[in-house]
Every structure is written in structure tokens, then in C-alpha cells.
Ligand binder design. Structure first.
Ligand code: S3P
Length: 425
């Protein structure tokens, strides 16, 4: 994919449905009684992996462009798959489904692509084992493929060393099948869609600060879910509107749940022109339209409790920092190393290739911004967020940028390039 400096970007865009909420709508719908109807479902490869796993577990799922229907069979309605479950590139599928599979009465093997087979699964294997689950890494390396033998589970009180919604959710979902209460405490609050949505489906779940507690016993019941636009996808348009001279973009219907909206805080801290319009609630999640216009940005520090609220947006934030005046420090973000790629390394490689002064650190990066970036050959490392972040960088840089394996954006945003390039006026 080749991209060059863009004319001003103007107009409106509606980004696809939220990836985290789309996954959960299928998973929770599958173990609820009745038919869950989901509109604005993200038709990205990751969410299609979740659909395919639950189909193999005996759940009928109708997927049409207008809506998906998940014909749930209740908490104990899944059946043994006749083949290995394939989570593709999706960490959310792998970790959340492992929690559900731990409480079943059958065995499953769960795998994924080359990236998934390198990502750490001990973080779920340890707490699930404490609950009584039999979950093994087939190659004994702490990664997928995982072999899970369903068992009777016990409630636990667990403190996670990392702020991870995938870990928290995996434990809470296993907690639905346990013989007593399960509490998970995290070091900082990660996205809380599981807590909000499980409560909507009828589970007895409550949150108190950094602790979420689930009490088993309630059946789950089918819901109607309208999935808000994904702020992680909106991030690319926010950045493009801020960075490409003369731009003004309205991004409609974006979920702004505070556990996800850290990028808005960073944009304000960098001096970006951002207006949040029409704030409203949609299926228990706050939603708004976001208006941005081209801005002269300055450096900032991104750290601490804010990190989980923008973890997936850091590649895009790093690109914004490269165009901003002064220094940006990103720290407390060692989790970047275990995403779809090692994003400390892949962001550094891409930005250096474009002429940016960047130093990777153990838990983030230091970016000395303000130099004009030039086009370059960028390896996406098959990481959708790297491809999209550097596509935006290309529009604001001099010369031609080519992105290798650019079609990996299909993981979370199949129509990304058309939507982005269609805004050039
Ligand atoms: C997600 C949680 C985050 C995020 C991922 C989606 C989720 O991962 O990076 O894209 O839907 O729960 P971690 O829980 O590993 O931080």
C-alpha cells in the first residue's frame, strides 16, 4: 500500500463498531438463554474468529450485514467441538473463551495464528488453575495452543499483576461457573465492558474501585445490543484531523467509556482542537460525536493509570508525538511488548525509518518531536494498529510511504483505507 502527503481531510466519518463490545456480545449471547440481537457488530477478522469458535461450540449464529443473531443456549448449553478452536489473531477471543471453557464438562484445544502463539497465556492459566481449571500450554511454553479440560471451579480472590481487561474478564467468566464468589483486583482500572455487559445480561456482578466481584447462580438472558463506534478506530481519524494541515473531521457515534477514552485526555494535553458533541448513553455505554481540526501539537507525558485507558492507541499517540513540538514521554506501558506485535519495537522501527528521533525504553518510549517526517518503507509486522498508525503518519509526512502487509487492517477495520482516503478534499 502506497500513501503520500494528503490534501486537507474534511467531512464526517462513522467508524465501525467497538471490537471489545462486539466480541463480548457474541460470547455472552452464546451462554445466555434466548436470542441476542446485535447491531453495528464489527465485521473484523477478530470478531469473526469469536463467531466461528462459538459456532464450533454448538451455537447457531446468523451473521447478516444488518445484524447478528446469537441463539444462546444458556450457561450450560455449549457442546464439545469436533475440531480445534481457532482464535486467529485475537487475544480477546483466546483469553475470554478460556475462562468460559474452564467451566465446561468437555475438553477443548484452542489455538491461533503465529502472533497468538507467542503471546503470554500464563497470566490467565495461573488464576484459572487456582480456580481448579485444568488448562495446559500444549508446547509447555506458556502460550497457545491451550488444552482445556472442563472442571468444577471454585471462587477465588485474586490480584492481577497487570491491568488487563482480558485477564480480568477471563477470571470473571470462569466465576460464572464457580461454586462461590470470585473477586479480581487490578493495579489500575482496565476497560470495564465485561462488568457492564454481564450485569445487563443478568449476572450478579459489582465493581468497587479496582475490584470486580461476581457471584454465580444467576442465569443470563438474551439482550438487544447496539455496539457503539470503536474509539480505538476513531483514534486514527482524530490523529489525521489534527495532523493534516487544513483538516476538520467529525467522527460520529464513538464510545467514550472513561476506561477507554484516555486518548481524548492526551489530545487535550497536547493542545489539540477537540470538541466532544452530543454526549449520550447507548446500551449502557457513553457515546459522543468528536470534532477535531488541524492543530499545532506539543509534547506531553503519558503514564500511570491513564495507560490502560489508551493502551491500543499508543502507536497512534507516538505518531502524533513525532509531529508535535518538544518531547513526549510514554512510560508504564510495558504491556505494549505483548500486543499483536512488540509495539515498543515496531513503533520505534517505523518512526525511525521516517526520520523521527525516538528512544525505546523498557516500558515505553521517548519521542523528540517536531522534525518533518519523510516517507519510508514501513513494516506493519502484520499488526493492524501499526499499519493504521503509519498510514496516518504517511498523510502528514513528505514523500511516499509504503506499508508492508497493509491489509492486516482487516483484523479491526476492513474498510479503513477507503474511509480515510475518501476524506481528502
Ligand atoms: C481488550 C483488552 C486489551 C486490549 C485489547 C482488547 C479487551 O488487552 O489491548 O485490544 O477487549 O478486553 P489487555 O487486556 O491484554 O490489556
Amino acid at each position: 500500500m502506497e500513501l503520500t502527503a494528503s490534501k486537507a481531510l474534511r467531512g464526517e466519518v462513522t467508524v465501525p463498531g467497538d471490537k471489545s463490545i462486539s466480541h463480548r456480545s457474541v460470547m455472552f449471547g452464546a451462554i445466555a438463554q434466548g436470542t441476542t440481537e446485535v447491531t453495528n457488530f464489527l465485521q473484523g477478522a477478530d470478531c469473526l474468529s469469536t463467531i466461528s469458535c462459538f459456532q464450533k461450540l454448538g451455537i447457531e449464529i446468523e451473521n447478516t450485514p444488518e445484524r447478528i443473531l446469537v441463539h444462546g443456549k444458556g450457561l450450560h448449553g455449549l457442546s464439545a467441538p469436533s475440531e480445534v478452536l481457532d482464535a486467529g489473531n485475537s487475544g480477546t477471543t483466546t483469553r475470554l473463551i478460556s475462562g468460559i471453557l474452564s467451566g465446561q464438562t468437555f475438553e477443548t484445544t484452542l489455538t491461533g495464528d503465529a502472533s497468538i502463539q507467542k503471546r503470554p497465556m500464563k497470566r490467565i492459566m495461573e488464576p484459572l488453575s487456582l480456580m481448579g481449571a485444568k488448562i495446559e500450554s500444549v508446547r509447555k511454553n506458556g502460550c497457545a495452543p491451550l488444552h482445556i479440560t472442563g472442571s468444577s471451579l471454585h471462587g477465588i480472590t485474586y490480584s492481577t499483576p497487570v491491568a488487563s481487561a482480558q485477564v480480568k474478564s477471563s477470571i470473571l467468566l470462569a466465576g460464572l461457573y464457580a461454586d462461590g464468589q470470585t473477586s479480581v483486583t487490578e493495579p489500575a482500572l482496565s476497560r470495564n465492558h465485561t462488568e457492564l455487559m454481564l450485569s445487563g445480561f443478568g449476572a450478579d456482578i459489582c465493581s468497587d474501585g479496582l475490584t470486580a466481584t461476581i457471584t454465580p447462580g444467576n442465569e443470563l438472558y438474551a439482550q438487544q445490543i447496539f455496539v457503539p463506534g470503536d474509539i480505538s478506530s476513531a483514534a486514527y481519524f482524530l490523529a489525521a484531523g489534527l495532523l493534516v494541515p487544513g483538516s476538520e473531521l467529525l467522527i460520529r457515534n464513538v464510545g467514550i467509556n472513561p476506561t477507554r477514552a484516555g486518548i481524548l485526555t492526551v489530545i487535550r494535553a497536547m493542545g489539540g482542537n477537540l470538541t466532544v458533541l452530543n454526549e449520550r448513553a447507548c446500551a449502557g455505554e457513553p457515546v459522543a460525536d468528536l470534532l477535531v481540526s488541524a492543530s499545532s501539537l506539543h509534547g506531553t507525558t503519558v503514564e500511570g493509570n491513564l495507560i490502560p485507558a489508551l493502551i491500543d492507541e499508543i502507536p497512534m499517540i507516538a505518531v502524533m508525538a513525532a509531529f508535535a513540538n518538544g518531547q513526549t514521554v510514554i512510560r508504564d506501558a510495558a504491556e505494549l511488548k505483548v500486543k499483536e506485535s512488540d509495539r515498543i519495537a515496531t513503533v520505534t522501527a517505523g518512526l525511525r525509518a521516517m526520520g523521527c528521533d525516538i528512544t525505546p525504553t523498557d516500558d515505553g518510549m521517548i519521542i523528540r518531536g517536531g522534525k518533518t517526517l519523510h516517507g519510508a518503507e514501513i513494516d506493519s509486522y502484520l499488526d493492524h494498529r501499526i499499519a493504521m498508525s503509519f498510514a496516518v503518519a504517511a498523510l502528514a509526512a513528505d514523500g511516499v510511504t509504503s506499508i508492508k502487509d497493509a491489509d492486516c487492517v482487516k483484523i479491526s477495520y476492513p474498510n479503513f483505507y477507503d474511509d480515510l482516503l475518501g476524506l481528502a478534499k
